[in-house]
Design a protein around this ligand. Structure first.
Ligand code: NDP
Ligand SMILES: O=C(O)C1=NCCCC1
Length: 334
């Protein structure tokens, strides 16, 4: 393993992206995401993702000079056309209008269209909760996951993330997971490290259960929680696909033409303002939410994101670690 400071990791990411032709703005926004992922020890969405940025560019499947366009779609809806660029800049462009509308209306939606997407959603959810808003985000990806009861890839790994702001400087309550048993990135990391995957992550192309990571990647991933994850995955296809006029995971994969680039689709993000829902009683009710978190942890349960926040503390002082092989690949690209 190679250990480096967060500053060195940031320089490495910027060097790779600049060298490969990404604009200054794209380089900054992409680096923010992958460094956040690495810092919080979300290895499937950290520095490893730079390899996808580079291969997506080489495949001609991303516009590295895209300038997102913000449209005031309706009183409660802001739409951002990412113009074929990565989603990060589009999210940044839409965030001020999303928060303004949420504060005005109590609830607002941000629909991002035509974006190339690979981000962990908690990065965006954190930005919204920092504004004191409750947040929900989801998006399709490429058709890699079989519906419960089926054996052929149809859904994306379709992440869903939720965030709740907390008082007194406490970090927000956030969960963020794929509706597949695990993110595809994690299966890719198992394949790179030659490790078997646990039972229940996927099936081979003949529909048989397998622990061979490469066979799952060629076959189909499985949903988490059987029919429950499958229904959530279908919902995400609908509300972050046709509802916002964008591609489903199957359509994203067809758009890819076998190039292996990052998915191309839309994203739906909702923001809710507790102060609009509750008026003067907001503080009292947010305090009741704190009682829920206390009751969870009192039983020995950990809150989602607690591992991430602990990793963040460690990384800020000790830096981050990546496998030698990834470090060498990134050095070569830089
Ligand atoms: N852009 C895209 O299209 C896609 C992105 N992704 C991203 O991949 C990432 C990983 O997804 P996935 O593989 O499903 O993640 P996991 O199955 O690891 O689940 C992650 C979530 O569950 C929480 N969690 C895990 N274990 C526990 C526990 N014992 N108690 C309480 N909470 C727990 C995590 O908190 P903690 O982090 O603290 O462990 C985190 O919020 C996500 O960030 C997602 O956005 C996934 C699919 C597609
Ligand atoms: O890990 C995953 O699953 C994905 N991550 C980024 C984009 C495609 C799906």
């Amino acid at each position: 393993m190679v250990r480096m400071t967060l500053e060195a990791a940031t320089e490495l990411s910027e060097a790779v992206l600049r060298r490969q032709g990404f604009s200054q703005e794209q380089t900054r926004a992409l680096t923010h995401t992958v460094i956040a992922g690495q810092r919080d020890e979300c290895h499937s969405h950290g520095l490893y993702r730079l390899l996808n940025c580079v291969s997506t560019l080489a495949a001609g499947k991303v516009n590295v000079h895209a300038r997102p366009e913000v449209h005031d779609q309706a009183p409660g809806i802001v739409r951002v056309d990412a113009k074929g660029g990565f989603s990060q800049l589009a999210f940044e462009a839409g965030l001020p209008e999303l928060t303004r509308k949420a504060r005005q209306q109590g609830i607002a939606a941000l629909a991002i269209n035509h974006c190339v997407h690979f981000s962990a959603l908690w990065v965006e959810i954190e930005a919204i909760t920092q504004c004191g808003l409750v947040a929900l985000a989801c998006n399709p990806s490429h058709a890699w996951v079989a519906p419960a009861g089926g054996t052929k890839p149809l859904f994306g790994t379709n992440p869903i993330a939720f965030g709740w702001p907390r008082p007194d400087g406490q970090p927000p309550f956030i969960f963020d997971f794929a509706t597949s048993a695990i993110a595809r990135g994690d299966i890719e990391l198992h394949r790179r490290e030659g490790k078997p995957v646990p039972h229940g992550w996927g099936i081979d192309r003949h529909g048989q259960p397998t622990q061979d990571a490469a066979a799952v990647l060629e076959g189909a991933m499985l949903t988490f929680g059987g029919h429950k994850g499958s229904a959530l995955a279908a919902m995400i296809e609908l509300i972050a696909g046709p509802l916002i006029g964008d591609l489903t995971s199957a359509e994203s994969l067809a758009h890819d033409e076998g190039k292996g680039a990052s998915p191309y689709h839309g994203e739906l993000i909702l923001a809710l303002d507790p102060r609009r829902f509750l008026g003067d009683s907001a503080t009292e009710h947010l305090q009741r939410a704190e009682a829920l978190f206390t009751a969870m942890t009192a039983q020995g349960a950990r809150l989602p994101s607690q591992r991430r926040y602990e990793a963040r503390e460690r990384s800020l002082t000790q830096g981050v670690e990546i496998p030698d092989s990834l470090y060498l690949e990134l050095q070569q690209l830089a």
